[in-house]
Each structure stands twice: as C-alpha cells, then as structure tokens.
Design a protein around this ligand. Structure first.
Ligand code: AHM
Ligand code: MG
Length: 337
C-alpha cells in the first residue's frame, strides 16, 4: 500500500517498528524538529507584521551579521528540542559553543546539529529560506557532550533533513533508507508524505553557483563552468541553464526534484577561504540526503560524507547534485591536483 498521505511522524514511527532496538528516540526527536519547523514557518510568514525583519545588531561565530530571525529561530529550535528526553546536546550555526540541555532536564543518547534559518540574507526580500538538521549518536558513556563529541563524519549520521519555507513548506528527510518529502498541511498542522523516494536524475543541464565569485575560483571549477557557458558550441554540446537562489535549502530541493549541480566551491576571498558552507549543519546533512537520492557530493577532492570534522563550525567547499556532473567536476580536480 502506498505511504502517500501519511504524516511524517507516523511514517518515521512505522519505519522504526522494524528496528528491534528502537527506543522511540527518532520519533521523539522528529516530533520536536517538526514542531519547531511549524513554528518557524509561521514566524517567517508573518515576520513583517510582527516587526521581525531586519538585522539584530550582532554577529555569529563566523563573523556574519545576524538577522532578528536568525536568533529567534535558534531559540525556537532549542525550546522544542529541549522537550525530549532523548537529546544530549545541540549545535547551532548561531551559537559559538555546544548548547547543553538545561540543568534538571533528562539527557538522552542523541546530538542534533542545525542551521535554524538557512539563507537568511533572503528573508527580507521574500525568497525561500529553511532549516537544516543532522542527528548523530552521542558517543557511549559521554554524559556532558562537548564539541569533540559532535565531530563525527557524515557517514555516522542517523538522520538528516531540511525544511524549506517557500510557496509550500516542505520537509525532506532521510534515515539512510532513501529520501522522502513531506508538505505541511497548515490546516491539519501535519507534514504529509507527498514526495516518496525522491531521486536525482543522473544527467542534467542546469547549474547553480554564485557567478560573482568566478574570478576567485580554482581552475577545475573555472573550466567546468566555462564549458557549461559555451553550451552547444563547446565540448558539452548542449545548452545549460543557470539558477542561483542564495538559499541552499531551495537549491537542494530543486536538485532533488529536477536534477542539477549546486556548487559553493573553494574561493580565495579572505572571508570565505576554505569554502563558505559549514560542514556539520549544512554540507554534511545535505550530502547525506543527496547521496540517498542517488546523487553525489564532494569538495572536489573528497567525498563530503567521509570528512571527519576538525571544528564544529568548519567550512568546506561543496559540489553536489546529479551524479554524472559531480563526477565530471571531481575528475577535473583529479586531473589538476
Ligand atoms: P546562511 O546559513 O548564513 O544563510 O549562509 C548560507 C547560504 C546558503 O544557503 C547559500 O547557498 C549561500 O549562503 C549563499 O551565499 P552568497 O550570498 O555568497 O551567494
Ligand atoms: Mg546556512
């Protein structure tokens, strides 16, 4: 029987029934995350009415100006996730240190890393933004998790997902057994399975990159994009289309639905050296989803899922999407380095 129409929580809960060691932790964590995302969807939707647009007047650990909604949505994630007994600690793009569970509340066996409002530079111009999350196991015996306990490779993720607040509010989730997409039914207050078993087409003719950084890229990326731009007149012998939303959540959602390649490559601009996107709560969860949907994800030199983090806010170059395109760009890196 088709699972279409099931709620996300019912879907996760049923998938756990087949796991003999299941403790209900994933269902509980996902109840918190979907609860937070529903609240964030409402905050985003009504933000100008409630005076929530604009900057907060502070900077995060990466030296980025924080928007009011960056801070508020971070608090919403922390509030919802603090209500489960299955969580040991949290990590957020907006907070320098690991966020511990407030004293007196029970501690569980899982860690959650998140970007509460990805693409927040788009919020005031009414373009899609989103929330990204990654669920990890807390190492055995650790009672007070610290940064080092979060520094696990992407392959160790138990679950990853993201929610896009766009014309539709959509949640995309993987637990390592394919990728499923759910649409928020705001009347029911539930995410409903509408996009089962999402798969990324292998070949594509669409790329997404911030072209204003072109002069700062490395030669393999310059070569790949130059070939795309030459289109039918060049070695690719087909015309390419380009998109750049500047919200990774929206770009990955597009790649999942109609294919394509998304790049935030290494560049030599001082502020983004080492890549712009953060490994633990952007690149790693998105790579898990993309690989589970049949796509590929790499820095150009390394599979992102295999990187063992060296810092909780570490940045990495990101090249992800349709497998053949990612492999082509990886081969250009191999030829060069
Ligand atoms: P953020 O988490 O501070 O919003 O930054 C991440 C975002 C991504 O969603 C997007 O791909 C990228 O930054 C856009 O960067 P740029 O403004 O350089 O195009
Ligand atoms: Mg982000």
């Amino acid at each position: 029987m088709s699972d279409i129409g099931k709620s996300l929580i019912q879907f996760i809960d049923e998938s756990q029934h087949n796991e003999p060691s299941s403790t209900g932790a994933l269902t509980s964590l996902m109840t918190c995350i979907t609860g937070a995302c529903k609240e964030i969807a409402g905050l985003v939707k009504h933000s100008p009415i409630n005076g929530l647009n604009g900057i907060a007047g502070s900077e995060n650990i990466q030296g980025e100006v924080q928007k009011k909604l960056d801070i508020i949505t971070n608090d919403v994630m922390v509030k919802h996730l603090s209500s489960t007994e299955h969580l040991a600690a949290m990590l957020s793009e907006e907070v320098d240190e690991v966020i511990n569970i407030p004293n007196g509340l029970p501690k569980g066996n899982y860690l959650v890393a998140f970007d509460p409002l990805d693409g927040s530079s788009n919020i005031d111009v009414n373009i899609s933004v989103g929330t990204i999350f990654s669920i990890l196991r807390c190492p055995a015996g650790v009672k007070e998790p610290t940064a080092v306990d979060f520094m696990q490779a992407g392959t160790d993720q138990v679950c990853a997902g993201f929610c896009v607040y766009g014309p539709m509010t959509m949640m995309v989730v993987t637990t390592g057994n394919g990728v499923n997409g759910f649409t928020l039914d705001s009347e029911l207050g539930e995410f409903i399975l509408t996009h089962p078993e999402m798969t990324i087409p292998e070949e594509t003719a669409e790329f997404a990159v911030n072209m204003s950084n072109q002069r700062f890229w490395e030669p393999p990326v310059k070569r790949y994009i130059d070939e795309c731009l030459k289109g039918a007149d060049g070695e690719r012998e087909k015309d390419f289309n380009m998109r750049w939303v500047a919200s990774m959540v929206a770009e990955v959602y597009r790649v999942l639905t109609r294919g394509g390649i998304f790049l935030y490559p290494l560049d030599t601009k001082p502020k983004t050296q080492g890549g712009k996107l953060r490994l633990m709560y952007e690149a790693s969860p998105m790579s898990f989803i993309v690989e589970q949907a049949g796509g590929a994800s790499s820095t150009g030199l390394k599979r992102i899922m295999a990187i063992k983090p060296e810092g909780i806010h570490q940045r990495v170059p990101v090249i992800l999407g349709s497998k053949k395109e990612v492999e082509r760009l990886v081969s250009y890196h191999q030829e060069r380095y």
